[in-house]
Design a protein around this ligand. Sequence first.
Ligand SMILES: Nc1ncnc2c1ncn2[C@@H]1O[C@H](COP(=O)(O)OP(=O)(O)O)[C@@H](O)[C@H]1O
Ligand SMILES: [Mg+2]
Length: 310
Amino acid sequence: MTEPILSVRGVSKTYASGVHALHAVDLDINKGEIFALLGPNGAGKTTLISIICGIVTPSTGTITVGGFDAIGQPKRARRQIGLVPQELATDMFETVESTCRFSRGLFGHPQKSDHIEEVLRDLSLYDKRKSKIMELSGGMKRRVLIAKALAHEPHILFLDEPTAGVDVELRRDMWKLVHRLREKGTTIILTTHYIEEAEEMADRVGVISGGKLLVVDEKTALMKKLGKRELDIALNEPMSTIPGDLGDWELSLENEGKTLRYVFDAQAERTGIPSLLRKLADLNIGFKDLETSKSSLEDIFVDLVKEGGK
Ligand SMILES: Nc1ncnc2c1ncn2[C@@H]1O[C@H](COP(=O)(O)OP(=O)(O)O)[C@@H](O)[C@H]1O
Ligand SMILES: [Mg+2]
C-alpha cells in the first residue's frame, strides 16, 4: 500500500454550543481517488471538511495532509488543498479571472504561469474570464468557485455538496468535470446527501451519520451490500452446523443455532427463497416462523434518503 495522501485520526468536534458534531473519526484517503462522504443534513460532513482545511479547530485528533501535520504546519497542509464551499460566497463584482488570480496569490504562487488559463479553459470559463461573476448563470458561478479552488494547483480538491439544489443537467456536467479532474491526477473528496451521486461519482464511499463514520468501502462493494435482505428462519430444533446440502445459499446460524439466516439480493431476479424452503423440507428441517428484514446497512441508507428528501 502506498501512503495515504490524507490521514484523519481520532478527530472529534464539540462546538462551543455543546453540539457534538464529530465522534472519533478515522479516515484515510488514497492518492488519485474520488471519495464521497455520504450523509444526511447535520451529519457532520462540512465540519469534517472544515477541520481538514484548517477553518475549524478539532476538539481532539490529528490530521496529516500530503505528509504535513494540519495543526502543526497549517499553511503547508492548506496549500495542498483546494476547497469549494457549500455556499456561494465570492465577490460578485470581481471578474472571473481576477478572482482566480487573487486566490492563487494568497497561496504565494507566481502569477506568470499559464495555470489559470488552463483551469479556465478546462471549466469552459475562458470566454467569460473578463465577465463579472454576478453576470454569470448559477452553473457558471459554481464553476468559478471550482476554478478559484484550483488556482493554486492543489493536490486535493474538496467539493462540499457540489450539486445540492442544481438541476439534473448541471449535476451531470459536474460529474463529468470531477472525472476529468481526477484524470489530471487530482484527489477528490466530495460530500453529498444523494446516494445516486455517490454511486455515480465515487471510487469509495464513507457513510456518516450523527457525527460517526459508520462504514467506508469500495463503491461497488457498498452498493452490493445495499440491496441485501435477510430472511430469518426460526428452526424447530437448534442446529450446531449448517448441513453441506445447503451450500448453495449464503447462510449463517444466529441466536444459538435457533435461527437460520439467509442473506439474499433483493434486486435479483431470483431470491433463492422458494428453492431453499423446498430443500429444507427435503432435509426434514422444520421451522415455525419466517421473517425478512433489511440489512443494517440498508436501514442506514433508507434513513439517509428520508433525510435527504426533506
Ligand atoms: N459553527 C457551528 N456552531 C455550532 N454548531 C454547529 C456549527 N456548524 C455546524 N454545527 C452543528 O454541527 C452538526 C453538524 O453540522 P455540519 O457539519 O454542517 O453537517 P452537514 O454538513 O453534514 O450537514 C449539526 O448539528 C450542526 O447544527
Ligand atoms: Mg454541510
